[in-house]
Design a protein. Structure first.
Length: 509
């Protein structure tokens, strides 16, 4: 979909629904400049509700007005943004999402959103946030609902009504970026929401391949035979209990020409690694029934990497970026890997298996090794729904970042803050790494109940060399029970915006 930018006066805009986001108003209900003019065109209908106190502009407040002939739109929707000083990306996303959904619900084909005068909302960044909010807000996952009584049409078009004295060109390019980023998040959501019987590893790989062709990414899918040759003993063990074969998905943006030697490359190489467990039953260490629900989302780290790679290609990030997703299904069966097994990973290190439900770290161990040896990156970031422990620590308010490099870790936290996704650092010390040594193998798979998110990362660190590396545990963020103006229950697409924002900022590597 596209979100356009128009400099026509809001009263003159040919739209079916006109959304007017407003920051908190004074008690007098006095309206800011452009809105005062719009109000005049409505014959004072807006001021009527702001001066009476019926609408004050607190965050999340909405009020729908039917207005007369002075305005082209028949409906005007006032949307509260709250305190102007606290205005952030999140609030703009929510306002735009609210506007778009209201239009869809009222069967309005075209919605106009008046770009607020606040500094945060103007120019390229403001338009990006608003456009992104529109596309995120209209998302839904309904392809398996065959029988729907009244499904309002999806065809809502949005136009941002910008002040012509501002940076209109900036707003136009910001709106384009916002749409691309939101569509990338929606792709990640779609993949994660897809039921596991419809999206085993082979299908996930096909979806990645299809996307790669569309946006011009190089793509390579590796099958178990090739992975065996590469020594992927940890990742393949996880998949061996399933009838659905494993796949390694490799997507590459700005791949250097084949002949280029590693040392003479012009661009920096960054690897993004995703956990792609298409369904996590726990394996022989079977999950209890209630804990197995929603385990289709256990490939969300991988979905985020695939979504981010789409945006990275479309917005042409100036680095060599490699997305690597280990796609497997973790099932119990006669061929499943066992507790007490000792596996040999691609790095050569051996792993003592202590719980087959700690499968994600095995997949990542081989993928992380592959990323480093195959691509010699300047930084590696992995994303995974790795531990239940992170949900206990940070809930569904933040993802954990565990890293061997403080500068990289901080750059992720900062990038997240800019785009409206929260990350919080947890420590990784030598005591944690030591804790993961095994009596019979090089490392043991799990570290007990204490500090579960950190010990999982400590395990991973044994498969990471000197390269700056950050591990993002997104188990609490990948899916949500609650809806919001930009989310429906289900997959969130968390991490896509951060990865793009982090690469664009170019800090930390
Ligand atoms: N996929 C789960 C982690 C998870 C739990 C994600 C809840 C989303 C919601 C992971 O594979 C897992 O089962 N981890 C175990 C590790 C333990 C056995 C050391 C866990 O967290 O309980
Ligand atoms: Zn598990
Ligand atoms: Zn898992």
């Amino acid at each position: 979909m596209s979100v356009t930018v128009d400099t026509r006066h809001p009263a003159e805009a040919a739209v079916d629904l006109l959304a007017v986001p407003l920051t908190s108003l004074p008690d007098s209900g006095k309206l800011p400049g452009r809105i005062a003019a719009l109000d005049e065109a409505t014959g004072g209908r807006i001021h009527e509700v702001t001066s009476s106190g019926d609408f004050s502009g607190t965050a999340g407040q909405t009020l729908l007005l039917h207005v007369g002939d002075g305005v082209k739109a028949t409906r005007v929707l006032l949307i509260g943004l709250g305190d102007e000083k606290k205005l952030d990306t999140d609030t703009l996303h929510a306002a735009a999402g609210t506007a778009a959904r209201a239009a869809r619900k009222a069967k309005c084909a075209k919605v106009g959103i008046v770009v607020p005068a606040a500094r945060k909302a103007r120019g390229s960044d403001g338009a990006q946030a608003l456009a992104e909010g529109v596309v995120l807000g209209l998302y839904r996952f309904d392809r398996y609902q065959k029988v729907t009584e009244d499904k309002p049409s999806d065809a809502v078009r949005a136009v941002l009504l910008a002040d012509k004295s501002g940076d209109v060109r900036g707003a136009r390019s910001g709106a384009k970026t916002g749409v691309v980023l939101a569509e990338a998040q929606n792709l990640a959501r779609d993949l994660s929401n897809e039921p596991p019987n419809h999206l085993p590893p082979v299908e996930l790989a096909k979806a990645a391949q299809k996307m790669a062709k569309e946006v011009g990414l190089a793509v390579r899918i590796l099958e178990p035979k090739e992975l065996e040759k590469l020594g992927f003993g940890a990742m393949l063990a996880v998949g061996q209990g399933s009838v659905n074969p494993s796949r390694l998905i490799v997507l590459e943006h700005n791949a250097p020409p084949k002949r280029t030697k590693k040392g003479t490359r012009k661009r920096k190489t960054v690897c993004l690694v995703g956990k792609g467990v298409c369904f996590d039953s726990g394996g022989l260490s079977l999950k209890p029934a209630a804990s197995m629900v929603k385990m289709k989302h256990d490939m969300s780290g991988g979905a985020t990497v695939i979504g981010a790679m789409r945006a990275i290609a479309q917005l042409n990030v100036p680095h060599h970026v490699v997305g690597i997703v280990g796609a497997v299904e973790n099932m119990p069966s006669g061929t499943a890997y066992r507790v007490d097994d000792v596996l040999q990973s691609a790095s050569g290190k051996t792993i003592e298996i202590t719980n087959t439900d700690a499968e994600g770290r095995l997949v990542l161990a081989d993928c992380l090794h592959y990323a480093q040896t195959e691509y010699a990156p300047v930084a590696v970031v992995d994303l995974a729904t790795l531990t239940g422990a992170v949900i206990i620590a940070l809930g569904s308010w933040a993802a954990a970042v565990v890293s061997n490099n403080d500068k990289l870790s901080k750059s992720i936290v900062d990038a997240g803050e800019t785009v409206g996704e929260r990350y919080w650092p947890l420590p990784l010390w030598d005591v944690h790494r030591e804790h993961m040594r095994s009596k019979i193998a090089d490392v043991r798979q799990t570290g007990g109940r204490e500090a579960g998110t950190i010990t999982a990362a400590a395990f991973l660190s044994h498969f990471v060399g000197d390269v700056p590396w950050a591990h993002l545990d997104i188990a609490g963020m990948a899916d949500t029970e609650r809806g919001s103006a930009t989310h429906v229950a289900g997959a969130t697409g968390f991490g896509v915006r951060t990865l793009y924002g982090w690469l664009k900022a170019g800090k930390g590597f």
